[in-house]
Design a protein. Sequence first.
Length: 118
Amino acid sequence: MKILFCIYQLDFADHIALAYLSAVARELGHERFFCVLKDGNLSDSIAQIKPNVVAYSANVWGFEELVAAHQAARKRHKFLAIMGGPQPTVEPDAFARAQVDAFCIGEGEGAFRDFLQR
C-alpha cells in the first residue's frame, strides 16, 4: 500500500510523530511518501503518487489550511484519509470539519498499526 504523510508546517522543526508513524508503515512493508503542505501541492502530490492512504498530522496552527487542501484534493482524487496530531487531540470536534475517514486522538503508533493492518 502507498501512504502519503502530510503536514502543514510553518517552521523548520522535525515532527517526530510522522517519523514514528512512517516507521510503523515501513515495518509493515508499505511504501511511504511525504508532503509538506504549501500552495496546493497536496493534490499534485496525490496525482503523482496515487496513494491508498493520506495520513495527516494536524497542528493547531495551519489546521484550516490543511483541511481546505484535503477537501480540495478529495474532489479530484480517491483515497482513504486518516488524521491525528495536536489539533484533533485538543479539539476532537475538528474531525467533523475535516471530513476524514478515520482519526486518532493521542499517541497514534499503535492505532495506526491497527488501521494499516485492516
